[in-house]
Design a protein around this ligand. Structure first.
Ligand code: MN3
Length: 232
């Protein structure tokens, strides 16, 4: 499966997004669109390779968006909501599309956050009030990173590890599949994608090496901004 996806990406790295279903109509164009990365596909080399970034952004993330737009096509009243609002207020989502929204709007929100908090050679440690909150809730930055790493490593199968604000405090946990902490009333400020599609091309089964590489790419200034926003 992975070899097939990789070779498709190699042959046509700039190809349009795949259709949402094998014989279905083209995906509707809204309400969600693929956000641009704030950096080039090769900017995170060698930690995260260009092919993985292209595949992950242009194919995987785009597929979540296409599927979300298909699910929401006949529900225009939901189109005014952001992905984050829809997940936080999940009870507004009709039962008939709840699974599709959970997986695909979740996938869209999770990946949008993920791209935003990565940076090549960025600030390596939190500062200011965010640093103080980490020390209050985890003793120190190193302990928080150890816990985050544990969540990445112990999440069985596909999912995400998170640093969240919940009840004005920082907490680290993980979710399965594309489940968002927003559905639990928590605000994610840092997410690490531990689906195999995030690392298999370069790291194969070595999730630990991938997580170590990702932890070296976190833009702690961005995470700090998200912390302040979440605190209101
Ligand atoms: Mn992913």
């Amino acid at each position: 499966m992975f070899a097939m996806r990789a070779s498709a990406a190699d042959e046509a790295p700039a190809a349009a997004a795949p259709a949402p279903a094998p014989s279905g109509p083209p995906a509707p164009t809204g309400p969600f669109t693929l956000p641009e990365l704030g950096y080039a596909y090769d900017a995170l080399e060698p930690a995260i390779d260009t092919a993985t970034m292209q595949l992950h952004h242009k194919r995987h993330h785009q597929a979540y968006i296409n599927n979300a737009n298909v699910a929401l096509k006949d529900h225009p009243s939901l189109h005014a909501l952001t992905a984050e609002q829809m997940l936080r207020d999940f009870k507004k989502v009709p039962g008939t599309i709840a699974v599709a929204v959970r997986n695909n709007v979740g996938g869209h929100a999770n990946h949008s956050l993920f791209w935003d908090i990565l940076t090549p050679g960025g600030p390596k440690e939190p500062t200011g009030s965010f640093k103080g909150a980490i020390e209050r809730d985890f003793t120190n930055f190193g302990s928080m990173v150890v816990k985050l790493n544990q969540e990445c490593m112990t999440r069985f199968g596909s999912g995400w590890a998170w640093l969240c604000v919940y009840n004005k405090k920082l907490s680290v946990y993980s979710t399965a599949n594309q489940d968002s902490p927003l559905m639990d009333g928590a605000t994610p400020i840092l997410g690490i994608d531990v689906w195999e599609h995030a690392y298999y091309l370069k790291y194969q089964n070595r999730r630990a090496d991938y997580v170590k590489a990702i932890l070296g790419l976190i833009n702690w200034d961005k995470v700090g901004e998200r912390y302040k926003q979440a605190m209101g």
